[in-house]
Write a protein of this length. Sequence first.
Length: 257
Amino acid sequence: MSSTGKIYFVGAGPGDPELITVKGLNIINKADLIIYAGSLVPAALFKNSSASSIIDSAGLTLEQTHTIMTEGFQAGNTVARVHTGDPSIFGTIQEQTFLLEQQGIPYEIIPGVTAAFAGAAKAGISFTQPETNQTLIITRVSGRTKVPSSQEIKKLAASKSSMAIYLSAGLSGKIRADLLEAGLPPNTLIAIGWKVGWSDEQIIWTDLEKLEQTVSERNITGQAVFLILPATEQARRSRLYHPNFSHGFRSKNHDPA
């Protein structure tokens, strides 16, 4: 299929219009057609766009958005399909690109900042610590979208890794029960990122024992990511910048002076 157009899937970040890659914003600004998830993507992203058509996909089906994208492509347009956060995490990117591949339509995916990383930055935390924790698990609680039994939170949490739990604001009681069953202590530190990237964003600190109570008292609903931080002891120093750790760019006991 020949056309001068192209379809881009752009990760818009968690809500702050400035938390988008330069490449992603350049594509948005040059696009002829924009289709965006209006419930989560701020319209402020499009203030400098020259697009002749900007469509909110919140009420559309997969088939409807696909038709709009392919018709735009066939007309020779640059199409920007704008997703919240990063398209690869809890998005519908695979089913959309599958349909495009079936028709031989070219596309490109532009990554974005996901809420877990924006929340961690706002909270001033690190998911990894030298020697005590080197793993971050991104997951969700089983709800209307089922989670495989082998990936249940209580099984994943047994590793005592850091976790970012998405799309589960209404299931904080289950999160608490599963993490306790996995062996995490009641005083495990949790940062709740609520509406991260938006003007009314909040970072709410609590612990595992009080998680459900905190969610209820603060009336946290939707747009919440739970950052579970099991390794709260004093972090060890990274070996990378230790004076006795050599690598290809620095010998041991290197004196920068």
